[in-house]
Design a binder for this molecule. Structure first.
Ligand SMILES: Cc1cc2nc3c(=O)[nH]c(=O)nc-3n(C[C@H](O)[C@H](O)[C@H](O)COP(=O)(O)OP(=O)(O)OC[C@H]3O[C@@H](n4cnc5c(N)ncnc54)[C@H](O)[C@@H]3O)c2cc1C
Length: 462
């Protein structure tokens, strides 16, 4: 195709995880003509492999990182308000033992600070005696238990929030989003780039023209920039986290818990979606380990099960109570150029004029991340940034909001297939319907409808 015939965009955003989705939405709200591309399904990588919490990050208080916690708590409470159909506030119990890293007095201060930093928008915390904890969490190991802290954080359907930001952006006819399109080449200079992408299923290649480019490629960033021959020093120290979905009766709990492990880690145990989410381990990514669709290792699964057994010695979790398992890579950024320490703050870079990169941060703070990078890009394009636009509720939502809906009709499935960018059966089941195992569905109508769907119907490229 001749250069002058290429479709022209103000900005091409590479990466349709939560960060890219947030950037895309904000650009759309500013009337920009933007294109979002992802090499896989939207929100199918790190942004579907999180602990599914909207949270301030209580553990960062021990590093006195009050600014980070304050910002994240503000964002958490904003999204709980804006997306009540896919998120909610729940209590978290943090049992304290004699050997715990955080003793009870530390907990009192920490939880008080956590509520203060939320400007008292969190539901208030409590400190519980040993007796009260055991009433609340029967089956918890009583040996050495001294009490517990109880505080509130949010849980969210992580892939759905990202998808809904994309649907929201697409309310503007000037914006376009495409999944399974990998960016394979970038030519040109600021204001005049050509972006070449390949469809990962059909292998067809296409090009568009862009004034600006943003990389929101999370843990893929170092590799993506190297592959595209953009001048770049690696900035990531990625770590891999594994989660398990357990049957809801695998543990005797109704509420979420935070477990401190002997080696100083933190594991969340969160009843949700008619099951229990357990995670995460945090291990250094092996040199050269493939990040795309990364899988958990048996070692990490065993570690999680062993930790659960220490806390619930009378309730060993059997392998057949595991409904699903998943892993994801945290895009941690080095604190300094040659540092072996990581920063929890996000960072922005400009490796080449007109090419912006944003990486790090956390799911909860995606809107702030988007704002930071968009302010720079909008300024370059001469567009005035309006910080209020992204505080508005989303104008679009998914067809299926609750994965355990009592009734799903063929019309619902047809609508999802038509409007929600489904290209594989996994897209449909895992992200559009938010199911992690068909085993637990007792809705025969839904099972039947899913079985009836033919694979060919996924082949239509968008
Ligand atoms: C185990 C774990 C638990 C976590 N739990 C929480 C939590 O509970 N709460 C919280 O706030 N945060 C949490 N986080 C952090 C949070 O999940 C991440 O910070 C966030 O999801 C990163 O989003 P992202 O968009 O930057 O990356 P991603 O979601 O990985 O998106 C990057 C996208 O770029 C695409 N891409 C890469 N290269 C190309 C290319 N060449 N062309 C096209 N597309 C490309 C990829 O396919 C991918 O979809 C957790 C992280 C991990 C790993």
């Amino acid at each position: 195709m001749a250069r002058e015939e290429l479709e022209k965009f103000d900005c091409v955003i590479i990466g349709g995880g939560i960060v890219g989705a947030g950037i895309f939405r904000e650009q759309s709200l500013h009337g920009m003509k933007s294109l979002l591309l992802d090499q896989a399904d939207f929100n199918s990588q790190t942004s579907q492999g999180s602990s599914k919490m909207l949270h301030g990050g209580i553990r960062y208080l021990e590093n006195f990182d009050f600014g980070l916690v304050f910002e994240a708590l503000k964002e958490k409470n904003l999204w709980l308000r804006l997306t009540p159909h896919i998120s909610k506030e729940v209590p978290f119990y943090l049992p304290i033992y004699k050997h715990s890293k955080w003793p009870l007095f530390f907990m009192r201060i920490g939880l008080f600070l956590y509520d203060v930093l939320s400007l008292f928008k969190n539901s208030p915390h409590k400190i519980l005696s040993k007796k009260k904890v055991l009433q609340q969490l029967p089956g918890l190991n009583p040996s050495g238990l001294t009490g517990a802290g109880m505080y509130y954080d949010g849980i969210v359907d992580d892939s759905k929030l990202g998808l809904e930001c994309i649907y929201d952006a697409l309310k503007s006819p000037a914006c376009l989003a495409m999944n399974y399109k990998k960016v394979i080449q970038i030519n040109g200079t600021d204001g005049d780039f050509t972006v070449v992408y390949e469809d990962m299923m059909t292998k067809e290649q296409s090009s568009v023209y862009a004034k600006k480019i943003i990389f929101a490629t999370g843990p893929f960033t170092d590799k993506a920039l190297k592959d595209l021959a953009i001048p770049w020093e690696p900035v990531l120290l990625p770590s891999k986290g594994t989660h398990l979905w357990l049957e809801k009766n695998a543990l005797p709990i109704k509420d979420a818990m935070v477990l401190q492990t002997n080696d100083g880690r933190i594991i969340f145990v969160i009843p949700q979606r008619e099951s229990i989410l357990v995670g995460t381990t945090e291990v250094k990514l092996k040199q050269g380990e493939e990040i795309l669709n990364i899988k958990p290792s048996q070692e990490e699964i065993d570690y999680l099960l062993e930790t659960l057994l220490e806390y619930f010695p009378k309730n060993p979790v059997e392998e057949d109570q595991i409904l699903g398992k998943f892993a994801a890579v945290r895009p941690l950024v080095k604190a300094g150029v040659s540092s072996s320490k990581t920063s929890r703050h996000h960072k922005t870079y400009l490796p080449q004029k007109g090419i912006h990169v944003i990486v790090g941060g956390k799911y909860t703070t995606f809107r702030k991340m988007a704002e930071d990078i968009n302010k720079k890009v909008l300024k370059e394009l001469g567009i005035k940034h309006n910080p209020k636009l992204t505080l508005r509720p989303l104008k679009a939502s998914s067809v299926v909001k609750d994965p355990f809906i009592k009734k799903i009709t063929q019309e619902d499935l047809d609508e999802i297939m038509k409007n929600e960018f489904v290209r594989t059966k996994e897209d449909l089941i895992s992200r559009r319907l938010s199911l992690h195992s068909l085993r637990q569905i007792d809705n025969e109508e839904l099972k039947e409808a899913l079985e009836k769907i033919k694979l060919e119907s996924f082949r239509n490229p968008h």
